[in-house]
Design a protein around this ligand. Sequence first.
Ligand SMILES: Nc1ncnc2c1ncn2[C@@H]1O[C@H](COP(=O)(O)OP(=O)(O)OP(=O)(O)O)[C@@H](O)[C@H]1O
Ligand SMILES: [Mg+2]
Length: 457
Amino acid sequence: MQEQREAHEEILNRLNRRLRTLSQCNSTFFQAESEQELLQSICDILAAGGEFRLAWIGYCENDVEKTVRPVARAGDGLDYLERVKISWGEAETGQGPAGIAVRTGKACWVDDIRTDPRFSPWRVAALARGYASCIAVPLIAYGKPRGAVDLHGTLNLYSAQCNAFDENTIEYYTGLATSVTYAVTALRGHLAEDLTYGVMALRASAERQRAQDALLAAQAELARATRFTAMGQMAASIAHDINQPLAAIVANGNAGLRWLANTTPDLDEARAALQRIVNEGHRASQVIGSIRAMFKKGDQEKAALDANELIREVLALLDGEIHTQRVSVHTELIEQLPRVLGNRVQLQQVILNLITNAVEALGSVTNRARVLRVKSKLHESGGVLITVEDSGPGIDPKDIDRIFEAFFTTKSHGMGMGLSICRSIIEAHTGRLWVSPGIHHGSILHVVLPTSELGAE
Ligand SMILES: Nc1ncnc2c1ncn2[C@@H]1O[C@H](COP(=O)(O)OP(=O)(O)OP(=O)(O)O)[C@@H](O)[C@H]1O
Ligand SMILES: [Mg+2]
């Protein structure tokens, strides 16, 4: 139990650190006045974040040795970069993470510097400075309007721990490298005076300030929430539910930078992206607020809600993912249902988790239609019944009793928290949540919620 709690605290702490790093990097993207200042600030932020001993950015030179030249650096043991030779050519000094990342256009990492044969040219110098694992992420952005932008460089991070780079970490820093690439492209555009004026105005604008405030508020909420981790599960709940708005913040940040990087920056689109960042920031703090309320007992804000509206809102939110996965959605929503009594954000979260699971299950279906059915109707108990049904592979009978347990997952990326969060929320609403097999394929998740008249009795 104690160990589990520590593991949860660690997840929350890491998330909190990354949120802070992200918010600081976002400010730098908009405020840096030169490329050098931008790159150095990013290294400073990453080294100060405590996750890495050394952060540096290198650009490829077209000399005979194909040198990767460090152009910004921060952290411990900076003389390392003066001692070692790093190349992006085919020679031995090009077989390290930076060389491979440049040549392949993909992140490359070394889990254990002591043993990885690719790292032998730099091993002694790296171990002497306490580096145990490292990653190089190429400075490339793949964007639709302008095609790929490749700065021919890498962001390089060195950790004091072995195996510091799991899938999430790699994905996160790849996203950051994309943002850096867009930001550098925007700066290199040497925007004409009048455009610079526009960008300055945007920087100073109330939207920008509000986006930052929202991020800071989310961060403060996280910090405050850390103190409540006696309920270890809560840390994991936050990590689970906050990922969505965080991903949207990163995506919109990138979109904003892209609009600014265009030959003719589109300030309206950039402003719209910032507005979406603000909205997602609010959503993040709402999620945290409502999870906290859930564990505090008795002070949940409940209202009479239209179940069909909740379903439609969540489907709209997941529209992109549903479309990408080529899932066809059928809704059978009975109108004029009585209103349910509940907390809007929490119930949205439940429906979101159930539909996300269904869409994830449908991802593996290749030999029949990928169908998601969402229904609402009056339940015999007098409450409202919502069902989420998919034509996926279904749930293995041996797992059926375990799927609502925290940390039970059969997915390589899963935390196993979705259904356990759903169940705590539904039980706190005095409702019921259960699963049954689909008629031909797949699974059906059922939720019954009391109506506002029943709840008020
Ligand atoms: N619609 C579904 N079809 C098939 N299996 C499902 C479905 N919903 C849930 N499961 C099973 O239940 C497990 C637990 O689901 P849960 O939502 O709690 O966690 P998860 O989806 O694995 O991870 P995450 O924490 O990201 O939600 C899943 O890993 C999966 O095996
Ligand atoms: Mg899930």
